[in-house]
Design a protein around this ligand. Structure first.
Ligand code: LLP
Length: 417
């Protein structure tokens, strides 16, 4: 088998004892492949980069809630956040205890809040009206409030969640109203949180957000935690040698802020962080198969089974994913050319990679889409009545294991009465 343009997965032995061809042969195409070693490594990096004694890493499972990966995160000593009862359900199923889960609610129904309350799971609330709703449901109970720190960051406007122009968090000018509602329902404010957005490579907005959140925190007595949010970026352009986020520098910059704040506050509280992408993105490669190669009005199209129902990020955010090629023959790519890698969905926007310079690709080749372990399978759908792919784990010993089977046609029809 030829690995073409495949330095990244070759250098970290991503596929362990097997290879993309064997995997597709056994589990079908397309296929999400996860590497346990890389996943564990990222968990450990997140746990250790801030020199402060009480850090809780809450894996943001919206990035990838595969049950097996959740179990591994638990083994690594991580806690979790949840965005919905569905995520809570998965987390409990993976063995997390209620006290390890923080439900970061957004516009939750009474039933959704009640689901968490019944299970003793702390809820973070992000509006005054939802705080009233919570107070009525659980007077005297513990609660967290999400604030908008006034700063945002992210790889696309769609994922910036702090500052102006976002629906998230309570504006700090409403602190007096928050206090009134807490008092009215005798609620105990156990923590406050923020999330400024997803994917920063330059840490300055994160640090700004932390400073802002800490000054908000000083308004409240007896907090147990302050949750600084997620958003830690990963380099999606590794083939162009994009640098990694400098975690040790960020840790060194964060630590004095946290230490100084706690000594002024008079209590060593827990600081939580909520990485999603950082933990799972690089642990995932999406494999797909080339079924057609064609020229259309002067442009070259590589037609694959990787529709946007399988990976929506390039279409939804114009996101870049590096591409590798795997070939089960001796045929050589004679040249490099600019190609469009597209899927099999009935829309012209159905791209995986646009105008990319790559070695010649042939029918039957397998395409590897790198860094697909976050916001990949979790955002996949059955659009065009297509089947969501299986997920396979390359274990630490190099062996592979099916961790979620592929949909079947029967799955698609089973909700009809
Ligand atoms: N905490 C909260 C409250 C969040 O809303 C999010 C992500 C995270 C933590 C984790 O952020 P991360 O560390 O993964 O950046 N689908 C988009 C990303 C959406 C992020 C939504 N919130 C993408 O594919 O880029």
């Amino acid at each position: 088998m030829q690995y073409i343009n495949a330095d990244i997965t070759q250098s970290n032995n991503f596929f362990g004892n097997t290879n993309p061809y064997e995997l597709i042969h056994e589990y079908g195409s397309p296929l999400y492949v996860y590497n346990e070693k890389i996943f564990r490594l990222r968990c450990r990096e997140m746990k250790s980069f801030i020199p402060y004694p009480k850090i809780s890493v809450n894996y943001s499972v919206k990035a990838n809630s595969n049950l097996q990966l959740l179990k591994i995160a638990r083994e690594e000593g991580l806690n979790v956040d949840a965005m919905s009862p569905g995520e809570i359900f998965f987390e409990l199923e993976a063995g997390f205890k209620p006290e390890q889960i923080l439900f970061i609610s957004n516009n939750a129904s009474k039933e959704e809040m009640q689901y968490a309350i019944d299970r003793n799971i702390t809820i973070s609330i992000d509006s005054l009206s939802q705080l009233e709703q919570y107070g009525k449901l659980n007077p005297g109970g513990p609660v967290a409030v999400r604030f908008n720190p006034g700063v945002g960051a992210g790889h696309s406007k769609k994922v910036v969640t702090g500052g102006k122009g976002t629906k998230f968090g309570v504006d700090s000018s409403f602190i007096p109203q928050v206090k009134e509602i807490l008092k009215k329902y005798n609620l105990r404010l156990v923590g406050i949180n923020q999330h400024i957005g997803s994917l920063f490579m330059d840490a300055s907005p994160y640090l700004e957000g932390v400073k802002s959140l800490l000054s908000i925190a000083s308004n409240f007595e007896d907090l147990e935690f302050v949750d600084l949010g997620g958003g830690f970026g990963i380099p999606y352009r590794k083939q162009e040698n994009e640098a990694r986020l400098d975690l040790s520098k960020l840790g060194e910059e964060l630590a004095p802020l946290l230490h100084n704040w706690t000594s002024a506050y008079g209590k060593e509280i827990t600081f939580k962080i909520e990485p999603g992408r950082y933990i799972s993105a690089e642990a995932g490669v999406l494999l797909g198969t080339v079924h057609a190669v064609k020229s259309n009005c002067g442009d070259k199209y590589i037609g694959t089974d990787l529709g946007f129902n399988i990976l929506v990020r390039p279409v939804m955010y114009d996101s870049h994913h590096d591409i590798e090629i795997y070939r089960n023959s001796d045929i050589a790519s004679q040249k490099e050319e600019i190609v469009n890698i597209v899927g099999n969905i009935c829309e012209s926007g159905d791209y995986i990679a646009k105008e990319r310079l790559l070695p010649e690709i042939f029918e039957g080749d397998i395409i590897g889409v790198l860094d697909a372990g976050a916001y990949g399978h979790v955002m996949s759908s059955n659009y065009n009545n297509r089947l969501r792919p299986a997920e396979v784990l390359i274990k630490e010993n190099g062996e592979h294991q099916l961790v979620r089977r592929r949909d079947t046609l029967e799955d698609l029809i089973r909700f009809y009465l």
